[in-house]
Design a protein around this ligand. Structure first.
Ligand code: GDP
Ligand code: MG
Length: 162
């Protein structure tokens, strides 16, 4: 079977937008309201001729109690089923408690984690991306799922871990 890459992160960081960019088509549901993606959706993808499965995650309601925990729970299932995990953080917002909760969970899974600093639409955002070093996951990779900036490098690095 193809290797599986799970895209995880708290609501509204741009996971589905990034998945669409990876797929090169508009398929994963993008919403301004967090929580629209159903639990986990898998798509067949390919990079440099290499097939893999990309899993978009979501499905939690923003109004639910203990959202940080619910987010981490959803991400955990996806991470456990994956060969590698791309953690998406909104570089413009910076690190939140939800992000930190997901990081703690990901450490427990012992899966390789690639940190994507999303919404870096231009070079002005590079500094925001660098602030994500403090998550302790190594180098934050600045990307813009919306514009495609940095996504090729992110895919190169992600596929290298498989
Ligand atoms: P998800 O909940 O993590 O799947 O996030 P979505 O992909 O649904 O995106 C949430 C919001 O962030 C939408 O309004 C997107 O248009 C916006 N967004 C996603 N990626 C980017 C990006 O790279 N740059 C900017 N500026 N906005 C983005
Ligand atoms: Mg989504």
């Amino acid at each position: 079977p193809d290797p599986v890459v799970a895209i995880v992160g708290r609501p509204n960081v741009g996971k589905s937008t990034l998945v669409n960019r990876i797929l090169g088509r508009r398929e994963a549901v993008v919403e301004d309201n967090p929580g629209v993606t159903r639990d986990r959706v898998s798509y067949k993808a390919e990079w440099n001729g290499r097939p893999f499965t990309v899993v978009d995650t979501g499905g939690w309601e923003s109004s639910a109690k203990g959202m940080a925990q619910r987010v981490a729970g959803q991400a955990e299932i996806a991470a456990e089923l994956a060969d590698a995990v791309v953690l998406v953080v909104d570089a413009l917002v910076g690190i939140t408690a939800s992000d930190e909760g997901i990081v703690r969970m990901l450490r427990r899974t012992k899966k390789p984690v690639i940190l994507a600093a999303n919404k870096v639409d231009d070079e002005r955002g590079e500094l925001d991306a660098a602030a994500l070093w403090s998550l302790g996951l190594g180098e934050p990779h600045p990307v813009s799922g919306m514009h495609g900036r940095g996504v090729a490098d992110l895919l190169d690095i992600t596929l290298e871990t498989l």
